[in-house]
Design a binder for this molecule. Structure first.
Ligand SMILES: Cc1cc2nc3c(=O)[nH]c(=O)nc-3n(C[C@H](O)[C@H](O)[C@H](O)COP(=O)(O)OP(=O)(O)OC[C@H]3O[C@@H](n4cnc5c(N)ncnc54)[C@H](O)[C@@H]3O)c2cc1C
Length: 466
């Protein structure tokens, strides 16, 4: 995500890029399903992080125009949780004001609907009223989106109000398709997939980095670059080690599960049931896709989180080391019994609150991966880039929407170092990404479906909602 986005931003400026990716296609890391347009899934993070995520998400939708699944997110606090919905409200109001101001500043920021609809509150009586209505075929208003939830949620199990917020879905497959199709049109970007960087070395005589890489035919090759950007996700520490540049970071392995709910009625928003992370009552997340597919997270040790799944760097290495069972999952495959066991637990976790969801079935292999978190605070969610050494940057995004902010910081750094000329400052996002924004929705969706299938997932996961 970060490497491809930074390459897009720089290549659109005409800068010559080599983009290395070990996998077969771009945007090949852990899953991305939710656009954190306000960070409302995270009760524990600061207001500043929420505002950063809101702004970054708006920018992301202005550039990655056809990658959002346009449906809202419902956030509910269950009776047995220590928190209260009223505690969410002050931050929602701050976010709502910030969104209104951004739209007033520039109408092109209006990518999350009308600011007055950024969030809506529902009492139990409101939901009992909505329960009586038919599911609309194409929901548009917050009330219409709420109908299927009102019909299926165990209303007595929740504290009120229940919140609906305009945090959309984000399609990792359509982002992958967008970056690949756009970069393919730019002759100044040399994209090398199935290619692993095996060494990096700064040569002070030439003030360049020498990159050694192994291509798909197993041949070892070298090139020299003026500036090196390490965007290796959870493996960024291995490149820091090769470059002899220390860094503290954590790596966390997590997984989400693909299910199919054939009996699903109506078009669903995303549903978040808050809960204490790491306990059996950890947050449940039900993310809808077309044709009855739902992706599930359950923030318990038995579902999304794993015992020993969070590891830290040490004095000897900037690369946190996950144990062999995680390496097996990341590099080869999951045992099928564990796929079924964890997916079924995820279904049961959601069915505590949506009883009819018990009929859902395993719908595919898990979406999983390891993500880096820079520093020592495991709750950090809004981070972008750090600079150290000579002409060296490392992307440290935790959420996909921070990738453009990392790319902007690189552009500023390259200008500062006089490696590139100052681009026209009056250029809005739209003028900075003419090739990316010239792609059509149809070509992105059909390429995204192909990528999903190539990676062994149902094509429905690549198709748009809304
Ligand atoms: C279960 C789960 C759910 C998530 N859900 C969301 C979500 O809903 N929304 C959201 O915004 N974020 C989500 N995230 C986080 C998001 O996936 C990551 O933040 C994001 O993928 C990080 O992007 P990145 O480019 O930094 O790293 P990555 O996506 O990991 O990319 C790094 C790339 O570098 C390549 N690479 C590594 N080493 C080398 C090398 N030596 N040579 C060549 N290539 C190399 C890898 O193949 C990889 O493709 C989720 C993460 C997990 C684990």
């Amino acid at each position: 995500m970060a490497g491809s986005t930074i390459a897009l931003r720089l290549a659109e400026l005409g800068i010559s890029i080599n983009l290395f990716e070990e996998g077969r296609s771009l945007v090949n890391g852990p899953p991305i399903c939710h656009l954190h347009a306000g960070g409302n899934l995270y009760r524990e993070i600061s207001e500043k992080q929420c505002l950063d995520l809101l702004k970054q998400s708006i920018d992301t939708l202005r550039v990655f125009k056809y990658t959002a699944n346009i449906r809202p997110t419902v956030i509910a606090v269950p009776m047995d949780d220590k928190g209260f919905p009223c505690e969410l409200l002050p931050r929602l109001k701050v976010l709502n004001d910030a969104y209104s101001s951004l739209v007033t500043l520039d109408q092109r920021n209006k990518v999350l609907g009308e600011p007055s609809d950024y969030f809506t509150l529902y009492s139990q009586q409101d939901l009992e009223r909505l329960q009586q209505l038919d599911n609309p075929t194409h929901p548009v208003t917050p009330d219409e989106w709420m109908i299927p939830v009102a019909k299926s949620l165990q209303l007595d199990q929740f504290k009120y109000p229940i919140v609906m917020v305009q945090e959309y879905g984000l399609s990792v497959f359509r982002i992958a398709a967008t970056t690949a199709l756009a970069l393919d049109q730019m002759v100044n970007c040399h994209t090398l997939t199935s290619t692993k960087v095996t060494n990096v070395q700064y040569e002070s005589s030439s003030k360049q980095w020498r990159i050694t890489y192994r291509t798909s035919d197993n041949s070892e090759q070298r090139c020299h670059v003026d500036y090196l950007i390490n965007a290796c996700g959870y493996r960024s520490g291995s490149i820091d080690d090769l470059a002899h540049i220390p860094r503290e970071r954590m790596v966390e392995f997590k997984a989400a599960y693909v299910t199919h709910w054939a009996q699903c009625e109506g078009e669903w928003p995303e549903l978040i049931i808050h809960g204490e992370r790491g306990t059996p009552k950890g947050m449940a997340q039900l993310t809808p896709y077309p044709n009855g597919y739902f992706q599930l997270h359950g923030m318990t040790q038995d579902i999304t989180l794993f015992k020993d799944g969070l590891v830290s760097s040490s004095k000897c290495t900037a690369q946190p080391v996950l144990n062999a069972s995680f390496q097996e999952k990341l590099n080869r495959q999951w045992p099928q019994t564990e796929v079924v066991e964890r997916t079924e637990r995820a279904i049961k976790h959601v069915a505590q609150y949506v009883h009819s969801f018990k009929d859902a079935e395993v719908g595919g292999k898990p979406l999983f991966g390891a993500q880096q978190i820079p520093g020592t605070d495991p709750t950090l969610r809004a981070a972008d880039i750090s600079f150290s050494g000579c002409n060296y940057a490392r992307s440290e995004i935790v959420k996909a929407s921070s990738a453009l902010s990392a790319a902007d910081a690189i552009v500023a750094e390259l200008i500062n170092k006089q490696l590139i000329a100052q681009p026209d400052k009056s250029n809005a996002r739209e003028q900075s990404f003419p090739i990316t924004l010239g792609l059509s929705k149809d070509e992105i969706v059909s390429y995204a479906e192909k990528i999903a299938e190539e990676r062994g997932f149902p094509a429905s996961l690549a198709q748009p909602i809304g």
